[in-house]
Design a protein. Sequence first.
Length: 602
Amino acid sequence: MCGIVGYIGRRDATPVLLEGLRSLEYRGYDSAGLAVVHRNRLQVTRTAGRVQDLRDRLDGKTATKATIGIGHTRWATHGEPNETNAHPHTDTAGRIAIVHNGIIENAEQLRDQLTGQGVKLVSDTDTEALAHMIAAEATEGVTLEDAVRRALRHVEGTYGLVVLDIFQTNELVVARNGSPLVLGIGDGEMFVASDVAALVRHTKQVVYLQDGEVATVRAADYRTVSRPTTVEAEAGDFELGPSYQDFMRKEIHEQPEALRRALRGRLDERFATARLGGINLDPRQLRSIRQVKFLGCGSAYYAGQMGAVLVEELARIPSDAEPASEFRYRNPVVDPDTLYVAVSQSGETADTLMAVQELKRKGGQVIGAVNVVGSAIGRECGSGVFLHAGPEIAVASTKALTNMAGSFAMLALLLGRVRDLSAAAGQRIVSGLRALPDQIAQVLSDEDDIAEVARRFADAEHMFFIGRVRAWPVAREGAQKLKEVSYVHAEAYQASELKHGPLALINCSMPSVVLVPADELVAKNISTIEQIKARGGPVIAVTSADLPADLADATIRIPRAEPELEPLLLNVPLQLLAYHVAAKLGRDIDKPRNLAKSVTVE
Ligand code: F6R
């Protein structure tokens, strides 16, 4: 969703801002803009197009030698995605410029008040109101920071924002409430961004602003509540590199290494368990947990479902998953003996964050399973498991989901080993987990065959994804991935539910992807395939079992893993299937229409 960049230092600000905006493109946006101060005047450039359009528009104007500026990529909330509504917004006199992420909930009321005072609003946005309000507060003797603080007193809602004042060109003012904002500390220069992706090429030293914080940033000095930390990511992690044409495929192929990173130092052979220091629970506390509930949205919810199956199987504790977006609205009964796990790649998903806050208000015990260090959900939870998947740029989540499921396997193992899971069974899971990265690499080495299957079925208008028990969340995730990147309509069903309705839809133009792990349900799954075939439905089997050669129309084979862990392997061909269907259909794979990487608004 929206992205923010800011710069103050000695360099020409415009190219720095443009480069920063380019690295935030992956989040999804519909317009872009920037403002710099040149010869004491604000120069604002905006476009309803891409960052490249902004660059084209600036051509010839880039050598302004402005050393301070702010930029934005906008995902429309208030008002259409056109040039007038693009950020930065300014006050009438062109003194104050502001970029803003989040939503001002009382925007209508603020806009009406301003109009009543004779202010002429030019855009339909909530942000513009704030620019006028800050300008009104910035009277003589009042610092910009104080003016921003005073204006924000009237604001209800969420924001991450950066403010520029042409009368104070030695400082930017930043403020955060619910929308991420990070400072990058350079040598005599400072960077601001909503995402470290825009900072890592300049500096590894960053400060994550806290909610409620307002701060003044100067080229060589800043004051914040939080201390600087060093980011792990390298600039190259955010780049495509020469081997890939898009991030989704790159990230699919990064999975063996990403999972290895998540497992590193966390598997304990000696005691046949997992070590997850970040969850801060001792064995007695782990034993007192009576239920585990996973909360996340979209793919993170499906990963939570995989986690729930693992916890029930390995720890024999009742467990389930629920979309965080539903949980937060339904006045949930919060049980103090339940361990809630908030699952999120970005750590910024508004619905998941709200669910965590609701849980904390009701005294619930919540830990995070989060990929982005320093993100709001990670900090709100205070304890949990970092996923260590590395930056995920493609909108469609792949490696983060694999690391979520791998982390939940470790959580389930840990919970199991303080209960009735024997050391031998624990050892089996530890070895199974250790084997997974190489097994995923093996699946990836069959990409050409999987791509061939994808091309054969790419013209289908609808597809079913069928799985049962352990493979059911995988089927849901497979359908989600196909929908997202290829726009082919896909539905997931439990194999057992087919005959209760959906079988009516089976015909020769409705291919079904049937997941057949080599577990105790193989015979049942074979009979599911036969039922579909009997009605003329084409079947793509994804399996580690020895299925009869001519049972399915296409068979994708995966290595055999420990049965509880097999969902992690079954998922990988489905990612490749979705990817190659989308590629065949010529889709914009990394930026599917209407979707954003992190959904920071409701
Ligand atoms: C699917 C996808 C989304 C996200 C969901 C939650 O490929 O990426 O469904 O999984 O928006 O995002 P996070 O994990 O960042 O909370």
